[in-house]
Design a binder for this molecule. Structure first.
Ligand code: AMP
Length: 427
């Protein structure tokens, strides 16, 4: 049996890297005051059609949608914001102290052509803040994102930022974009020709080289911002400067989702080719209302974790590998074998990662196994030592050996455990 294309197994050895990212995410969101939300991996298709937008690539081309047994259309979530918005409305989170600051991590699903950096099941970490239109919240979300990258050790990042304006700003912009691109119709790619009627803003963001050239000369949202959007944008930039966060204004940045209003941002990593976006987000002040809730401003981001790990690897950043076994308990003789489970339990209860052989190996085989498992200590229960009421213990790092009674074992290991502790805490 083979797995479908575009999905991955994450095996022990690699999973520690994921756990490390997850640890950073948990700690970072804690200090910023965000609480975790877990939503289902499938929702009614309509949520994404309304929330993400029927015209977006994600919804139009990339959703895993299927009828359930009663014929209702369900979809595997292609992104996390619409489900969190649905949960916010459905669970009346507007009654909680505002703003409500949430984060999530989990798998997303998009039926895209699998290629480097693009998978059909991938994982995102995202945050969403509801209930405040303060530009300081936009800046906080961006600060959290940049601190995430900093804490995991990723470098050579560019934060691009833009404002796509509100509905009021867009009325004039849309007309201007249509005029401009209609006059250059022949030079556009097929997708852009199709988008022009429905969503001309998206033409600014096309990845095709010829369209990018045209986009550079096109009218852009910044030229059409109303005074409120302009003030908001300037306030976000000022706050970023206060926080010492470098940014580049990219007037063509609009992002692929329809729900953004005002601030839009994206983080890219140098030298990663076309799929170099690591994460991005923005403000979506109309989304809660669009999805059936009362008007509630919102802002958030999503980060692709596979791409983040890949970028870390490319930059040679070392992440913690598997934590090795601490103690391997080996036995020689029948009296010893009867004592084994008691000693193991003692160690495990004391918080020492301990294991044993289960395949009937002789003492030599067990010691070999301890070495293969990189055990720091080997505890040997031999009939001879046991007849003196003792057991043997050997520190594989230092070569130190001792013969001790069972009552001394945990203390002996603990006094030497500090080195292992530091290794674990170091990351
Ligand atoms: P988006 O929701 O499209 O803004 O994506 C946010 C982030 O998720 C991107 O910057 C990527 O890091 C990641 N991402 C999006 N689509 C994929 C995919 N098909 N495979 C892997 N990562 C993805």
């Amino acid at each position: 049996m083979k797995k479908p294309r575009g999905v991955h197994d994450i095996l022990p050895g690699e999973v520690e890297r994921w756990q490390h990212l997850e640890g950073v995410i948990r700690e970072l969101t804690r200090v910023y005051g965000y609480r975790e939300i877990r939503t289902p991996v499938f929702e009614f298709t309509e949520l994404f059609q309304r929330g993400v937008g029927e015209e977006t690539d994600i919804v139009a081309k990339e959703m895993y949608s299927f009828p359930d047994r009663r014929g209702r259309s369900l979809s595997l979530r292609p992104e996390g914001t619409a489900p969190v918005v649905r949960a916010f409305i459905e669970n009346n989170l507007h009654t909680w102290p505002q703003p409500v600051k949430l984060y999530y991590t989990g798998p997303m699903f998009r039926y895209d052509r699998p290629q480097a950096w693009r998978y059909r099941q991938f994982h995102q970490f995202g945050v969403e803040v509801f209930g405040s239109a303060d530009p300081a919240v936009d800046a906080e979300v961006i600060a959290l994102l940049m601190e995430f990258y900093e804490r995991i050790g990723l470098k050579e990042l560019t934060l691009e930022i833009n404002s796509v304006g509100c509905a009021e700003c867009r009325a004039d912009l849309t007309g201007a974009l249509r005029n401009y691109f209609t006059s250059r119709l022949k030079e556009l790619c097929r997708d852009c020709r199709a988008r022009l009627g429905r969503n001309p803003l998206r033409l600014l963001d096309c990845k095709e080289e010829k369209c990018r050239g045209l986009a550079r000369e096109a009218p852009v949202p910044l030229q059409f911002l109303c005074s409120r959007c302009e003030a908001h944008f300037q306030a976000v930039l000022k706050e970023l400067e206060t926080l010492n966060i470098g940014y580049a204004i990219n007037p063509c940045l609009v992002r692929g989702l329809d729900y953004y209003t005002g601030t839009a941002f994206e983080v890219t990593v140098l030298d990663a080719g076309a799929q170099n976006a690591l994460g991005g987000g923005g403000r979506y002040d109309n989304l809660v209302e669009t999805c059936g809730g009362r008007p509630t401003p919102g802002v958030g981001f999503a980060v692709g974790l596979e791409r983040t790990l890949y970028a870390l690897e490319q930059q040679g950043v070392k992440l913690p590998g598997a934590a090795s076994l601490e103690a391997f308990v080996a036995t020689a003789g029948e009296v010893a074998a009867a004592k084994l489970s008691g000693v193991l339990r003692l160690l495990r209860e004391a918080g020492i990662a301990a294991d044993r052989d289960y395949t009937g190996r002789g003492l030599k085989g067990q010691l070999k196994q301890a070495h293969r498992r990189s055990a720091r200590w080997v505890v040997i229960l031999g009939d001879e030592e046991l007849s003196r009421g003792n057991m043997a213990v050997r520190d594989m790092d230092t070569g130190e050996q001792a013969e001790l009674p069972e009552t001394e074992l945990v203390r002996w290991l603990r006094t030497r455990q500090s080195k292992t502790d530091v290794l674990v805490k170091d990351y």
